[in-house]
Design a protein around this ligand. Structure first.
Ligand SMILES: Cc1ncc(COP(=O)(O)O)c(C=O)c1O
Length: 458
């Protein structure tokens, strides 16, 4: 079995990718202890003493209540299908079929899939764009206010905070604007579970969010797929959340993954967890200084544990940089045309301090040149509502066309490089001339990630 042998072998590499536990170094200690026990003894069904995320009694219910308390939330549910599953649970609880939801252009594709599953009508708002790095930037409250005024009626607003690349804005201000219009706010905090600690920006619950999704493998010491949904009472129905969990979550959630969620929260809020985070921040700071001393450009962000190497400033596409580094044993997390993001994780490897600056200097010597030209902002309006709902467009008879021949057609499937899993085109959107030109440019910028053909409604 190839997967088994791939997992058994662990070639020596510089792993700067997710999960954030970094091949076990930063796993929550209680979870590590559990995994040292005889393998499989912890793989149990929902026995009465264990229960499950929807059971009123048992260990899972008690741990969920404790995690809610630790996070200053009113409720917490653990999930075993990643932040993706929890975002879908949350969105389906916030809106009924046919209702409109306001989503940012940097939405994770799981939210688009929730619109398909729930028959929701997404209204997409644009974001500030940085032509130098090609990254979406966080909106300001005034930016959001302008869009919110033109968008009603809406059932909910979703915000991403922080982004995959660790960018974060004035979340409290953004939520206040939405609450001013009576809208509940769901924050995708998949990458920001550690926010609110050790001088990092404020976390989403503290900023006033009604629902918050965290990924415990992206920004805490949990295993892949472990996630949590936090709720603040007032604007969202707890019954609606439990109903969507019932619809979407397996009836046999893995006790190991549920324990991973509990252990990751408990560790994050312990003295040892705090010390671990401070050590990680110190290593990250030393690494940033070493890169700066070597004049290796980093994009500005708000999460010190995400290092966004601005390869475009050295004339290198981030996907080319990634391919070059991969061959030399450095595994980054997120290649994009202008940047390459490294996830330092819960326990950044000491070797990174020595190896990463050296490898990036070699990369500059091998592939560097004049800075890449500025990236074009996507030609999209401030607010866009696909002509058909994604659920309708995705299910209609479709036809595959060379991208260059899709002018004026309605998209039947998304175009979505992965990672980061942010759609460049959404089913139901019409491909006008400016969008087509931009998509063709994206195809050149994301080699191998965007197919030559696009599915359109027949
Ligand atoms: C912003 C954001 N939200 C949600 C997700 C989904 O997380 P998971 O992989 O835990 O399902 C991702 C995954 O990359 C993401 O980047």
């Amino acid at each position: 079995m190839l997967l088994l042998s791939a997992l058994r072998q662990a070639p020596p590499r510089l792993d700067l990718h997710l999960p954030a536990h970094g091949r076990g170094r930063g796993l929550a200690p209680d979870l590590r202890r559990l995994l040292r026990r005889r393998p499989g003894r912890w793989d149990l069904p929902e026995l009465p003493e264990i229960g499950g995320p929807l059971e009123p009694g048992g260990a899972v219910a008690a741990d969920q209540a404790e995690c809610a308390r630790l996070c200053a939330a009113d409720r917490c549910w653990f999930g075993v299908n990643g932040a993706s599953g929890m975002l879908q649970v949350a969105l389906l609880a916030l809106a009924r079929p046919g209702q409109r939801v306001l989503l940012p252009r940097n939405l994770h594709r799981s939210l688009l899939h929730a619109c398909v599953l729930g028959g929701l009508r997404p209204v997409l708002f644009d974001l500030p764009f940085d032509p130098a790095t090609g990254l979406w930037l966080p909106p300001t409250p005034a930016w959001l206010q302008q869009r919110l005024e033109q968008a009603p009626p809406l059932a909910a607003l979703v915000l991403v905070h922080p982004t995959y690349q660790g960018l974060a804005g004035d979340l409290r201000g953004l939520i206040a604007v939405a609450h001013g219009q009576g809208l509940p706010v769901l924050v995708d905090e998949a990458h920001g579970g550690h926010f609110g600690q050790s001088g990092l920006p404020m976390g989403a619950i503290a900023a006033g969010a009604d629902l918050v999704v965290q990924s415990l493998h992206k920004s805490a010491g949990g295993l892949a797929q472990s996630a949590a949904l936090l709720l603040r009472r007032g604007r969202v129905s707890e019954q609606a959340i439990e109903r969507s969990l019932l619809w979407l979550q397996t009836s046999s959630p893995s006790a190991l993954l549920l324990a991973s969620a509990a252990a990751a929260f408990a560790h994050r809020h312990s003295a040892a967890g705090d010390r671990g985070l401070r050590l990680a921040l110190k290593r990250a700071q030393a690494l940033r200084q070493a890169l700066a001393a070597a004049s290796l450009p980093l994009a500005v962000n708000q999460d010190p544990l995400r290092l966004v190497f601005h390869s475009g400033a050295l004339g290198i596409n981030g996907l080319a940089a990634d391919a070059w580094l991969l061959q030399r044993g450095v595994i980054a997390e997120l290649p994009e045309p202008g940047c390459l993001t490294f996830c330092l994780g819960q326990r950044p490897p000491r070797r990174a301090l020595r190896l990463l600056p050296a490898r990036l200097q070699q990369l500059r010597q091998a592939l560097g040149g004049a800075a890449l030209p500025p990236f074009s902002p996507p030609p999209i309006p401030a607010l866009a509502e696909p002509e058909l709902t994604p659920g309708e467009a995705w299910r209609l008879p479709q036809q595959s066309l060379p991208l260059g021949q899709a002018l004026g057609r309605l998209a039947a499937e998304p175009i979505c490089p992965y990672p980061p899993g942010i759609p460049l085109l959404i089913p139901g959107e019409r491909i006008d001339g400016a969008r087509l030109e931009w998509l063709l440019e994206q195809q050149r910028l994301w080699p191998g990630q965007i197919a030559d053909t696009v599915k359109v409604v027949a």
